[in-house]
Write a protein that binds this ligand. Sequence first.
Ligand code: NDP
Ligand SMILES: N[C@@H](CC=O)C(=O)O
Length: 811
Amino acid sequence: MLKFGGTSVASAENIEKSCAIALHALAGGPVVMVVSALGGTTDALIGAGRAAASGDSRYREALAQLQQRHLAAAQALLPPAGQPDVTATLTQGFSELTQLCDGVFALGELSARTLDRLMSYGELLSSQLVCAVIGGKTPAAWADARQLIRTNSCFGKAEVDPAATRQLVQAFGQKHAHALWVVPGFIGADAEGTTTTLGRGGSDYTAALLAAALDADKLEIWTDVSGMMTADPRLVARARPIAGISYQEAMELSYFGAKVLYPPTIQPVMERGIPLWIKNTFAPADYGTLVEVDPPHSPDVVRGLSSIGQLALLNLEGSGMVGIPGFSKRLFEALARKRINVVLITQSSSEYSICVGVAAADVPAARAVVDAEFAPEIGAGRIAPLRPELGLAIVALVGENMKNHPGISGRLFGALGQNGVNIRAIAQGSSERNISTVIRSEDVPKAINVLHEAFFEPAYKQVNLYVLGPGNVGGKLLAQLAQQQAHLQQQLGLQVRVVAIANRRHCVVDENGLDLATWPAALAAAGPCTLDEFTQLILSRNLRNSILVDVTANPAAADHYAALLEKSVAVVACNKVAASSAYANYARLKGLAQDFNTRFLFETNVGAGLPIIGTLGDLTRSGDVVRRLEAVLSGTLNFVFNNYDGSRPFAEVVRQAQAEGYTEPDPRLDLSGTDVARKILILAREAGHPLEMSDVQIESFLPASCLEGDVEAFYEQLAVHEAHFRALYDAATAAGKRLKFVARYADGTAAVGLQAVLPSHDVYELRGKDNIVLFYTDRYSEQPLVIKGAGAGAEVTAAGVFADIIRAARL
Ligand SMILES: NC(=O)C1=CN([C@@H]2O[C@H](COP(=O)(O)OP(=O)(O)OC[C@H]3O[C@@H](n4cnc5c(N)ncnc54)[C@H](OP(=O)(O)O)[C@@H]3O)[C@@H](O)[C@H]2O)C=CC1
Ligand SMILES: N[C@@H](CC=O)C(=O)O
């Protein structure tokens, strides 16, 4: 039994392919070919009927075009001698169709019964065309499905009488012995012989009914994809075909939106144990999906993911329901009276509420019928009026193996939770074959991708970066990312994509990942975007595993972290503003990261790429208590005082520090001690002490006038005060000391300031732009734990940001 869908017969070329497949199958025994209408025909027929009913005479043009398409296919496929019969059949069919639509036009009404008749021509004509084509190569007989498929008179989606159908098919088979039959799909007839249809996609069902009635060896559904996929390939780029699947799993997946198979198709073949094979007409060598009783073992615990959109939840709740039998019965009966299909049901054990999922389009009817049913209880205040919630979708995991594996739901909830996907309702049958979650519609693409990663690509995770501030550090970061992309993918299973880059003037976005070799040109050519717009971009794209990387020094950028963390978007910042802002804000951001299962990381805020904050975290998490910190935390100031000896102006050495990328974008922050004050404040907080910036005492060595005016004025004033800096240097040198800008924390107070230290001091030998931190803790009480190394510079800072990105990605 072979069924060919609309795309498989959409053109002359495709019909040739389908016929070749059928001829090949014929070598193995008798074949029945069930054929859909030429792709797009059913919609065109419905459109023509509706146009006629609404008094729009353009239905005639539409029918003429369809006729032309069918005739052209016949001409292309058949030799001249074989054309007249089919041409006559097609012409006759379109003449009947036109008469039918003329009637609809005259009456201004299109009944469901007439629409079924109208639609049936799609399959009736395509199957006769295909029969003529294949009949030119081998003997073939056309059979009218209306003599085989017996239905009730529910027009639009008639219900099949399987026993009567079986009898009709078998009797027909005994009377007409042919090696090859061609049968129109989708249509049947009621007991009076009136044409009915089986619902959109119903040709699959026709084929399954015939396969069951004839006890076929197998049913092959030939379509335009290579089988059922692990997820909708339009949403998940790495979705792959499922080779083997059980009937029950296929049924779950097809009901839950895997459009490859019309859901009722499975039942008739499942009852008879007939294998169902989904194959691709355009890639016949592909294996496809074999649906059978006992598919081979698969390492995948979950067989597939599916989703249903346009869902609404209806909540019926109130204390009047608790412990009273019959409420659910009344609810479901009320919905059934309006023929409202219930897709999902959940009820809490408190019995305080029942929640059902229905199609969003059914909400007004559901609301009316349920509120009417429970009017007495609502009036008495014992239950609340029905509360619908719209804009929802179901995402489901399907797989027989799930029941043997603990932890599947945990993985499901963990993966969604880490990506800020809120689950509104959950349903799991005791078969454990399907775990359904109800989520917001706009989260579906993200959720499906996250779950596909979690269950089908365990060694692979896509990470989406939004980089704000491609300056010295940001530029180096992008270069390092470009260089390491292959390594990240191969060694860590991370596909790190930079989705957007913005500076103050431009913002470039590519949801598929920017080309990291050419981003500067792309950025320069892109339009501007504000910080608000950048944040909205991140939120609206709603991509999985999103990370904001703030490589600016901008205070306003830090104001956006909360909105992102609240949506489970991780924040990696080398911008120190947030972590050194008011303690309440710092604590709130950390709390948000924890509450929303994401990360707020700022390792580079202290000591650039050195592992200072991480080490502090390890100490405190393991129960150690930090009593005292002593540190040199400014790469700039260490560089300046290591290089200034009076032989060239102090201002020139500072300019060199800036040119080499050690200073803040505004070097006054370094020279004033503010940058170091921020760092010791952050360390004290990370050690568990809730200090404010006002608690840090800053002893500035700069003359006050250096901080009045802009950066150029600052440099001018440094030059003006050269003698002051020279005197500081000379005094220290004369005493055998070196100048170091030292930060200290002890007993709840912190201070930063310039000191002349003796050779015996721990920081005396600190070279270049290095930083050093000495941790005095309960465990390291005599000899401190020391971290020392390059504490400034774009390359090392970018490396620290990179490491934070990986930490955030591997959460
Ligand atoms: N240098 C170092 O050793 C270390 C630096 N850091 C931190 O790294 C951060 C960056 O320093 P650095 O790279 O030297 O600075 P740069 O001045 O070189 O770069 C800053 C970047 O931020 C962008 N920017 C500023 N404001 C905005 C805004 N409102 N919207 C979008 N982009 C904006 C700038 O854009 P535009 O070009 O348009 O102005 C620029 O691209 C600072 O916070 C610094 O404290 C941390 C540790 C060590
Ligand atoms: N400007 C800073 C850079 C690192 O935070 C410094 O000089 O240390």
